[in-house]
Design a protein around this ligand. Structure first.
Ligand code: NAP
Ligand code: G4F
Length: 347
């Protein structure tokens, strides 16, 4: 018999890939969506039409992670076999500007879900979108499931509350609740104010003559960047395990923002060279002499994580995790998509 999944954050990057995967697996899909002044369902519109054409369930329900009554109403109605909690205020930089809202949604949101599951649908399996932000700065040492947490942003502190609440409800009430501690994962569907997408969109717009320069913050931050489409498969595998558990998901390779810009620029037909330092550093196209990248201190954060590094060995052994898309291929996929969106053929 087909399983039923409820997804929060279904309109986001990860939600949109997960729903495609689960529909392929024959799931009945329910998504929690918040009321927005304009419809923002571009990432799932096509999938929804395809599901309708095949007669597959794909239903959206209004609700908000900040509103306990909406959550319990939807859970009581759907009684999902699996609940993927991907919803939330997902921008680390923005969390410094909106710390209370971030806690309300990212920390207490999962508490609301767990309370509803416990009282209404205790056999529902929960996946919680935890984050490498939990680890803070590890000095470049690869983090695994045993690495202590040291959050460095309101976002990370909220995610830490959520992480431990999941563990606590698992241990206290026997719920099947798991954390996927995912390192950064990107795609052509990535939000436009995360650094990778900002770079690929920016380079594509410069190439199309729509922008002159791209303004960035810390070029030397390093991240373990993977491909979102691959990562959602791991979310599903986590919920298929007999026992609930927590897993680090990453590629095991870290690269800098600077490397990302250089690769993206090359794909867009530029040859970046760097001049100057600090806020005065610029990236110049060696061929035309044009300045394409400038530093804007507005994008610096009050506290930064200089390097994220991961040891995804447990996921490799237990979930058969073996990332296929590595850094250069990820940049290529994203750059190609953004160039093609602007009508520029890219191979
Ligand atoms: P995203 O693209 O920003 O999507 C976030 C989703 O959450 C959107 O569907 C958004 O709805 C929804 N949302 C925001 N506030 C909400 C609220 N109050 N109630 C209900 N839904 C709400 O994020 P993503 O990259 O897909 O990430 C998914 C989850 O994984 C997030 O929790 C994020 O923190 C976490 N995570 C992401 C990464 C990563 O690298 N991508 C790594 C680790 C953890 P709207 O469309 O209405 O805005
Ligand atoms: O792309 P970012 O905003 O991602 P960040 O902060 O690593 O967070 C993302 O990954 C986390 C997983 O580890 C998720 F939990 C979280 O939800 C989110 O998906 O920034 C990456 C790095 C940072 O060091 C930032 O300071 O890029 C640096 N950066 C440099 N210039 C910039 C910019 N970041 C942004 N957003 N915009 C810039 O102009």
């Amino acid at each position: 018999m087909s399983k039923t999944a409820l997804i929060t954050g279904i309109t986001g990057q990860d939600g949109s890939y997960l729903v495609e995967l689960l529909l392929d697996k024959g799931y009945h899909i329910h998504g929690l969506v918040r009321r927005t002044s304009q419809f923002n369902r571009e990432r799932i519109d096509q999938t929804r039409s395809q599901a309708a054409a095949k007669g597959q369930t794909f239903e959206l329900h209004y609700g908000d992670l900040a509103d306990a009554s909406s959550i319990s109403r939807v859970i009581a109605k759907v009684r999902p076999d699996e609940l993927y909690n991907l919803g939330g205020q997902s921008h680390v930089g923005v969390s410094f500007e909106e710390p209370e809202y971030t806690a309300l949604v990212d920390a207490l949101g999962v508490l609301r879900l767990l309370e509803s599951i416990k009282h209404i649908s205790p056999t529902t399996r929960l996946y919680q979108a935890s984050s490498s932000e939990l680890f803070g700065s590890t000095g470049g040492r690869p983090a695994n499931e045993q690495t202590p947490f040291r959050p460095r942003s309101p976002y990370a502190a909220a995610k830490q509350y959520a992480y431990w609440t999941v563990v606590n409800y698992r241990e206290s009430y026997g719920l099947h609740a798991s954390n996927g501690i995912l390192f950064n994962h990107e795609s052509p569907r990535r939000g436009e104010n995360f650094v990778t997408r900002k770079i690929t969109l920016g380079m594509a717009r410069i190439r199309a003559g729509l922008e002159q320069t791209l303004r960035l913050g810390n070029l030397d931050a390093r991240r373990d960047w993977g491909y979102a489409k691959e990562y959602v498969e791991l979310m599903w595998r986590i919920l298929q395990q007999q026992a609930a558990d927590d897993y680090v998901i990453a590629t095991g390779e870290s690269h800098s923002v600077r490397e990302f810009v250089e690769h993206a620029a090359r794909f867009a037909g530029f040859d970046l060279t760097w001049e100057g330092s600090g806020v005065h550093e610029v990236g110049r196209d060696a061929k035309s002499g044009r300045v394409l990248v400038q530093i804007d201190p507005r994008y610096y954060r009050p506290a930064e994580i200089d390097v994220t590094a991961a040891d995804p060995g447990k996921a490799g052994a237990k979930l058969n995790w073996n990332p296929q898309v590595r850094f250069p291929e990820l940049v290529r996929i994203m750059m190609k998509a953004d160039l093609e969106r602007l009508g520029i053929r890219a191979d």
